[in-house]
Design a binder for this molecule. Structure first.
Ligand SMILES: Cc1cc2nc3c(=O)[nH]c(=O)nc-3n(C[C@H](O)[C@H](O)[C@H](O)COP(=O)(O)OP(=O)(O)OC[C@H]3O[C@@H](n4cnc5c(N)ncnc54)[C@H](O)[C@@H]3O)c2cc1C
Length: 406
């Protein structure tokens, strides 16, 4: 058994690292220390959807009610619309059992809710990891501020530019999608009083615009995807002019309701969309990866954070079953075997979903796009929202044990 004497370092205090800290403490009963490079825990002022597959995990960790209370559960299913606002299809928004729904979260609220569940004495801010070295036994981590420490195991939740990833021998090239997004939030009081409290996506030729409610319906998130070669040579994000965004959706080929929403925007940022090919391995001995460090994906299925939350539960389940510190590398191998498949499917699925929203087909075939979106809705509910990360890990443990006995 691993126990409170088992010391695990989590690198990165984002949504993935904090959820891992909660899961590893509550499910595996180990002692965690979170190292975050920033001087405070925080997130960009934008939205994120906690999907039913992650809500299920957060419920088991005892934090769902708190998250729901500060988020926004929509009034019902979302809608995919064409550029003029005509319905293409409804969007999946809850699991098949109708127990968990999408929850729109203002990112800083989600970080605060998760951080509130982690013992502050176990979070070390201002610690930028520079190197990870496997010892025999243990792992040494070294930080830019000169601090060095040895742990029984290390988890890299340090995002798309992960340093820990190099220590497991993985060096993926970032792949630019050819798209940027404009993102931000709008105060709900700036919209007409009858604005629907659901997710809406307008899909035109080679671009789309999405909005959904956040923060007890006081805010709306927006994300607008536009083709661009801008990030190829410079930074990956920055402030943008609202007029630039408005120009992308100007004219009478777009729904006047969408124009009304854009008029309410007073601030926006642009973001280049990158992912990478699925890694060929996530773990080396007592070092493993989680969240974007392991599987950066495009945002078009809204699954990046949700997969980090699933990872956390799976990792905690395999660790809880480890037969002491010496068995941690085997627990990490099992975790990797189960999670790599799931997330690779979603990495590719997210590329495909982006291509659908933006009609990146030969001859920009909008009719084919609309048909594909209708079919994709059911896949999303069944394969994505109904997935039970804890149950899948427990079933895999049973299979691994049978193989061991045989
Ligand atoms: C436009 C857009 C919309 C999105 N919408 C959704 C959505 O609706 N649903 C969804 O599930 N996902 C969404 N995502 C994806 C989601 O934002 C990411 O998958 C998620 O933030 C990854 O979390 P993480 O904790 O793995 O990594 P990060 O959030 O990147 O956190 C990594 C942390 O590690 C720290 N760190 C990095 N390097 C070091 C170091 N060397 N030493 C110490 N600390 C370090 C960082 O400061 C950071 O705090 C979206 C992404 C984009 C771009």
């Amino acid at each position: 058994m691993v126990s409170r004497t088992t010391r695990i370092a989590i690198i990165g205090g984002g949504m993935g690292g904090l959820t891992a800290a909660i899961a590893l403490t509550r499910i595996a009963g180990v002692r965690v220390t979170v190292f975050e490079q920033a001087s405070r825990l925080g997130e960009v002022g934008a939205g994120v959807t906690v999907a039913p597959n992650a809500a299920r995990v957060l419920d088991r960790l005892g934090v769902l009610e708190k998250i729901r209370a500060v988020g926004a559960v929509p009034d019902g299913h979302g809608v995919y619309l064409d550029a003029m606002g005509n319905m293409v299809t409804d969007a999946a928004w809850e699991d098949s059992a109708r127990r968990y729904q999408n929850i729109g979260m203002y990112r800083p609220d989600l970080i605060d809710a998760l951080a509130g569940e982690v013992d502050p004495d176990t979070v070390c801010l201002g610690h930028r990891l520079t190197s990870v070295e496997a010892l025999d036994p243990g792992v040494r981590v070294a930080f830019e501020n000169g601090v060095e420490e040895v742990f029984d195991a290390v988890i890299g939740a340090d995002g798309i530019h992960s340093v820990v990833r190099r220590a497991v021998g993985q060096h993926p090239e970032p792949v630019y999608s050819g798209y940027i997004v404009y993102r931000g939030v709008v105060d709900a009081s700036r919209l007409p009083g009858d604005w629907p409290m659901i997710s809406q996506v307008w899909m035109g030729d080679s671009r789309h615009f999405m909005c959904y409610p956040l923060q007890q319906r006081k805010l709306f998130n927006f994300v607008a995807g536009i083709p661009s070669d801008r990030p190829l040579n410079g930074p990956w994000s920055g402030p943008a002019e609202v007029a630039e965004l408005a120009a992308e959706f100007a004219g009478d080929g777009w729904d006047p309701r969408l124009h009304r929403f854009i008029e309410a925007i007073d601030q926006t940022f642009w973001w280049g969309l990158f992912d990478h090919e699925p890694l060929t391995n996530w773990s080396r001995g007592p070092i493993t990866l989680l969240g974007d460090a392991a599987h950066t994906m495009l945002p078009h299925q809204g699954q990046g954070v949700n997969q980090a939350i699933e990872d956390s539960m799976a990792l905690a389940t395999f660790l809880a079953a480890a037969d002491g510190v010496a068995d941690i590398p085997e627990a990490f191998r099992r975790y990797t075997a189960v999670r790599m498949q799931r997330t690779a499917i979603l990495q590719h699925g997210s590329r495909r979903a982006g291509a659908m929203f933006d009609a990146q087909y030969e001859f920009a075939n909008l009719a084919k796009r609309d048909a594909d979106i209708r079919v994709g809705r059911d896949f999303r509910r069944g394969a994505v929202f109904d997935y039970d990360a804890q149950k899948v890990a427990e079933q895999a443990l049973t299979r691994f044990r049978k193989v061991q006995v045989a």
